[in-house]
Design a protein around this ligand. Structure first.
Ligand SMILES: C[S@@+](CC[C@H](N)C(=O)[O-])C[C@H]1O[C@@H](n2cnc3c(N)ncnc32)[C@H](O)[C@@H]1O
Length: 303
């Protein structure tokens, strides 16, 4: 962590470049010294979870409750959570603000001795753009760390009462997004994940593009009967599910009128169809003296 301010402000891009250069030569000692979830010195980047205030972690809640300044992800963070846990704190939405505005705001408050938290929706590690803010803050001498949260794909899975990995159905999970302003068409891999067959494809940031995404999958020749579930506002009071197939879901989502804030799950796990009994509860755990290792407890085996 360096503080090379000379005239009060640093260009966030310079800070990001400097952090990348620093990381290329040495590992941040905190990586080995601190555990995930440990409260540390600095500004925590907290995963607020998918919406329900009860899905914020215990540590996240304690940090939010004691904060003086809460910078949050606008409408993606349930206002109920803000009212319940930090009604007395100064609350600032990050929507419409760039790094040039956000970084000095958080830095100055921290340097004034205020408890600052940065609240991201779901988990900051998934489409949260947390690292660039952390790098910019660290470059200005403000330490940061992450407090993980429940990502919306997990909440959507719970809504559907399924698993993202399901024995005999889905061995892999892909977190992805569709092509658009941010992603070039050649970097859209949804079709490749679907083609693998045993993947649950979780599409973030794609609610507005469900019909186009499904049309592309149909054009590419994927099975039109592949199940798709669109979970709007998972864990919020107005949570809703639209279920269909690659062939039908586009029209259904358009009819429902959802253009944002939904998780699109593609694959048989969305419908819990055709799964097989797992090894763990089928005598596998007792097959030998090493049977019940840590991974077996999670319902998996290494072989
Ligand atoms: C900017 S990304 C942030 C993702 C977030 N960091 C996470 O881990 O869930 C926003 C996208 O997450 C998904 N999302 C966020 N909250 C959701 C919820 N409660 N239910 C369903 N999808 C949600 C939507 O696909 C939305 O377009």
């Amino acid at each position: 962590m360096t503080d090379d301010r000379t005239d009060g402000e640093t260009d966030p891009q310079d800070a990001i470049d400097a952090a990348a250069a620093e990381r290329a030569t040495e590992r941040d000692p905190r990586v080995a010294e601190r555990t995930a979830g440990e409260v540390q010195e600095g500004i925590p980047f907290i995963g607020a979870g998918p919406g329900d205030p009860g899905l914020l972690t215990v540590t996240g809640k304690e940090l939010v409750e004691s904060a003086d300044l809460v910078v949050h992800a606008g409408s993606l963070v349930n206002s109920e959570l803000l009212e319940e846990y930090c009604a007395d704190a100064e609350q600032v939405s990050s929507i419409g603000k760039d790094l040039e505005e956000l970084i000095p705001l958080m830095r100055d408050a921290y340097e004034d001795g205020r408890d600052v938290v940065r609240l991201h929706s779901g988990d900051p590690a998934v489409y949260g753009a947390a690292v660039e803010q952390m790098d910019a803050l660290e470059h200005e001498g403000v330490p940061t760390y992450v407090v993980p949260g429940v990502t919306s794909a997990f909440a959507a899975s719970a809504t559907l009462r399924t698993q993202l990995t399901l024995n005999g159905v889905a061995n892999h999970v892909a977190f992805t997004r569709p092509q658009g302003k941010t992603l070039d068409p050649e970097d859209d891999h949804i079709g490749e994940f679907v083609a693998m067959g045993d993947v649950t494809t979780c599409v973030y940031l794609g609610t507005h593009a469900v019909p186009e995404t499904m049309d592309r999958l149909l054009d590419e020749g994927h099975d039109p009967e592949t199940p798709v579930a669109v979970v709007y506002h998972a864990s919020w009071p107005d949570e809703d599910i639209v279920e269909g197939t690659i062939a039908t879901i586009g029209e259904k989502v358009e009819e429902a009128g959802y253009r944002a804030s939904a998780m699109v799950l593609i694959g048989d796990a969305a419908r819990k169809a055709g799964y097989e009994r797992s090894y763990l509860y089928d005598g596998w755990a007792n097959r030998g003296e090493d049977g019940a290792d840590t991974e077996a407890e999670e319902g998996c085996s290494d072989d």
